[in-house]
Design a protein around this ligand. Structure first.
Ligand SMILES: Cc1cc2nc3c(=O)[nH]c(=O)nc-3n(C[C@H](O)[C@H](O)[C@H](O)COP(=O)(O)OP(=O)(O)OC[C@H]3O[C@@H](n4cnc5c(N)ncnc54)[C@H](O)[C@@H]3O)c2cc1C
Length: 321
């Protein structure tokens, strides 16, 4: 069977591992951090994610949607508190009858996806292993492992190593590759609120409090505890990334945040990253597994413009907020 190397075992890398595991390819994932399973939330990353139809359709194709829904909370309504305005309970914008946004703990989702991917015997995760460079001459990955450097070869290489992608950095001198990154002038931080059995805040509602320079968002978890995101000056930076192409040398694809990190004001980053995996899977279905080169080119054509448009939409929302 063909082999795929995946740099980054976060959300997008793990979903890709599930898809290629299902295809029976030999899948090797290189993840720079240690195994997240059996650990508490990573500091500053406890924030709940909002998954919409893009992410849920992807999980449905993998047969994982129902299990993920059981782990999260379906949200259909919002209440916004602003100075000198009365709060009003409203339906979330853009939802059809029966639709919802699923809010879910990022860390638990990541643990779940790694477990699901590893159910395929042909999938192997290597933790504490950093993919540092894509060699643009030899078309291989240079990987720093605990016991030395690996020169890893694969039929397909997927860079899912996040917004500050090392693999993307090694492509910056590739002729014709346009790349743009910008930071916004506000940051975010998580708040751990020790609130249990709050009767005032209810699961299923997206709460936000807004002043001129501050937004607090609160989502009530299944067990009535609260995960808050606190948005203000001098917190964690938020970056937006756009690329003019997602495929390189008929061998490598940038996917997820490495291709299109976006500001999170409509919460489209994971949604869009999961959809990348779905579109790649569909393109393989259409063109066949023997046509890796054609699939890579076609995928890049399909995703580059689409994700850049979504990225712009997120940016406009940030400017309005
Ligand atoms: C405050 C905030 C709120 C958000 N809310 C939402 C939301 O509600 N809904 C939504 O859809 N999106 C949301 N997003 C966006 C979302 O977090 C990202 O789009 C998503 O995490 C991207 O997944 P990824 O797997 O591409 O990258 P990441 O989640 O960054 O994962 C990359 C992985 O690669 C590993 N890695 C990095 N470098 C290397 C390397 N060189 N070698 C090997 N491994 C490496 C990392 O350790 C990590 O595990 C939010 C973002 C922020 C900042």
């Amino acid at each position: 069977m063909p082999s795929v190397l995946i740099a980054g075992g976060g959300l997008v890398g793990s979903v890709n591992a599930c898809f290629f595991g299902k295809r029976r390819w030999n899948v090797i994932v290189y993840e720079s951090r240690s195994d997240p399973r059996g650990k508490e939330n990573e500091k500053g990353k406890s924030i709940n994610l909002a998954l919409g139809f893009r992410a849920l359709s992807t999980l449905e194709t993998l047969g994982l949607k129902e299990k993920v829904i059981e782990m999260g909370v379906a949200v259909k309504e919002k209440i916004r508190y602003e100075e000198r305005k009365l709060p009003v309970l409203e339906k979330l914008r853009g939802l059809n009858e029966g639709d919802f946004i699923l809010t879910i703990n990022r860390h638990k989702l990541c643990q779940f996806l790694i477990n699901e991917a590893e159910k395929y015997q042909n999938v192997k995760f290597n933790f504490n292993t950093k993919a540092t460079i894509f060699d643009t001459e030899k078309h291989i990955l240079i990987v720093d492992a605990v016991d030395g450097q690996i020169h890893a070869k694969g039929d397909l290489i997927l860079a899912c190593d996040g917004a500050h992608s090392s693999i993307r950095r090694s492509l910056l001198k590739v002729s014709g590759f346009g790349f743009n990154q910008k930071y916004i002038d506000i940051g975010y931080m998580d708040l751990s609120l020790n609130v249990h059995n709050s009767s005032d805040l209810k699961p299923g509602i997206h709460y936000s409090w807004r002043t001129n320079d501050l937004i607090v968002v609160a989502l009530v978890n299944r067990d009535q505890s609260l995960t808050d995101t606190f948005s203000r000056n001098k917190a964690q930076a938020i970056i937006s990334v756009q690329c003019s192409q997602h495929s390189f040398f008929d061998k490598l694809l940038l996917m997820g945040d490495s291709a299109h990190a976006m500001v999170p004001f409509q919460g489209q980053g994971v949604n869009c990253g999961f959809e990348d995996c779905l579109v790649l899977n569909e393109t393989f279905d259409e063109l066949g597994e023997d046509s890796i080169k054609d699939v890579i080119r076609e995928y890049s054509k399909r995703r580059t413009t689409e994700t850049n448009i979504l990225n712009e939409m997120e940016w406009k929302t940030y400017q309005q907020v």
